[in-house]
Design a protein around this ligand. Structure first.
Ligand code: UD1
Length: 423
């Protein structure tokens, strides 16, 4: 087993390069199946979620290289759609459900065990099913396995009842080869949805409007291989922005799209942190002393990302006054707060709202990662706490942060990955 050991108190100074976006990679890698021939994907993050989606693709017959210098080559020539993707593969990776849209769109059928992933409350897939059915597919979810099939998919109008990243992506995937025009209304607008659309178009698809609430897809009969570079990871960048703000120092975060970070930048500025935007960088300058208290409410893009909520709440633990954090996407995403309380945080949770009253200092404690972003929050807490913090269950952090130890050590953090024997 492995854990992180962090000695808090160091200021952070220097540069951090951001890797390719996890959430884009997890949609783009399975979507490469549409090419019918090899695709070269660049700027792929070397994280365990990418290893898992690659494993699933290999299971159904694709050849997938291991990421080397961020490059992954996917050859889908021998993919078979009649192989069930079992729950031992899907329970660890929510994005496994994108194989439903891809295999349905490419071969007319798919069989995928209900997906798992981080637990922040009930995670329904009714909107995905609604989209598949609108395109003419039959869907069956008996025995916790989703089976979709259709002899022919036809373009259709799909109105999503909730703004869902996953359902928007699955609807796009299922529609790229459907006959005629598909219009997805109330679509999610996250940067990785735009990235997926750009990738699909590079393979010959006709997807327009991604990044707005209405996405129009004209089905094409044939697609082809391409070379494509994934966008930088918005949440990885945001995590290091907040880490620098909390620990104090002067950190330049490179290889980012500042526009994607605006909601995070604005909140940091509300807290009195200096953020200087470059063309492809953001620089964070902070004295690490009690940021101003503020109010944060999560919402779909371009709102404040739910995936940044635990990290930002951690910054507010040492805020000057009482902050309010409202989680408006998920109904159970405050579980990590118990861990922060162990480190001395003063937080009251009432339904979807956390009231955080800043304390002078957090203190070290043995904590664990409850999920990927909660784990990132524990790292930030460890960086600002007095003494030595240990974080267990770090495999959840490894799902989404490439070279976290190397990146933080390079800017002066005292953090190490330590092996230990389970008792
Ligand atoms: C969501 C986040 C995404 C984040 C990810 C992991 C939003 C809009 N989405 O994406 O930014 O990276 O969690 O933290 O912020 N829903 C339904 N029916 C469905 C699908 C979803 O009711 O069929 C609901 C969910 O319960 C949730 C909301 O829609 O309340 C957003 O879900 P969705 O965007 O699909 O989740 P992810 O794609 O996992």
């Amino acid at each position: 087993m492995e854990k992180f050991v962090i000695r808090g108190g160091n200021k952070l100074n220097g540069k951090i390069n951001i890797s390719g976006a996890k959430n884009a990679a997890l949609a783009i890698i399975p979507a490469a199946i549409f090419a019918g021939e090899p695709c070269r994907i660049e700027n792929v993050p070397d994280i365990s979620d990418v290893k898992m989606i690659s494993k699933i693709l290999r299971h159904i017959g694709a050849e997938v290289t291991s990421p080397e210098d961020g490059v992954l080559v996917i050859d889908p020539t021998n993919v078979k759609s009649d192989i069930t993707i079992r729950d031992d593969m899907t329970k660890k990776l929510r994005a496994s459900y994108y194989l439903l849209g891809v295999l349905l769109g490419q071969y007319g059928s798919a069989c995928v065990a209900l997906p798992g992933g981080c637990y922040f409350g009930v995670r329904p897939i009714d909107q995905h099913i609604k989209a598949f059915e609108a395109l003419g597919a039959k869907v069956n979810t008996d025995n916790a396995v989703v089976k979709v099939e259709s002899e022919e998919l036809y373009g259709s109008s799909i109105y999503l009842d909730v703004v869902s990243v996953g359902a928007t992506i699955n609807a796009m995937l299922a529609a790229v080869k459907a006959k005629g025009l598909t219009v997805i209304e109330n679509a999610a607008r996250e940067p990785h949805i735009v990235d997926l659309a750009n990738f699909l178009n590079s393979m010959g698809a006709d997807v327009r409007g991604a990044g707005t609430e209405v996405i129009k897809i004209r089905g094409v009969s044939q697609m082809h291989g391409c070379t494509y570079s994934i966008i930088p990871d918005q949440i990885e960048a945001g995590t290091y922005m907040v880490a620098a703000a909390a620990a104090g120092g002067d950190v330049v975060i490179n290889n980012v799209i500042p526009k994607h970070l605006e909601s995070i930048t604005n909140k940091l500025e509300d807290c009195g942190i200096t953020v200087i935007e470059g063309d492809e960088s953001v620089r964070i300058i902070s004295d690490g002393n009690h940021p101003k208290a503020c109010r944060v409410k999560t919402s779909p893009h371009p709102g404040f990302p739910t995936d940044m909520q635990p990290q930002f709440a951690t910054l507010l633990c040492i805020g000057n006054g009482t902050s309010t954090v409202v989680e408006d996407v998920w109904d159970n995403r405050f579980k990590y707060i118990d861990q922060l309380r162990r480190m001395g945080a003063n937080i009251i949770v009432n339904g979807d709202t956390a009231l955080i009253t800043g304390v002078e200092k957090l203190h070290s404690a043995p904590v664990e990662a409850d999920d990927l972003r909660a784990g990132a929050a524990m790292v930030i807490a460890g960086l600002i706490a007095d003494g030595e913090t240990t974080i267990e269950n770090i495999r959840l952090i490894d799902r989404g942060y490439e070279k976290l130890i190397e990146k933080l050590t390079a800017v002066g953090a005292d953090i190490a990955r330590v092996h230990f024997d389970e008792e």
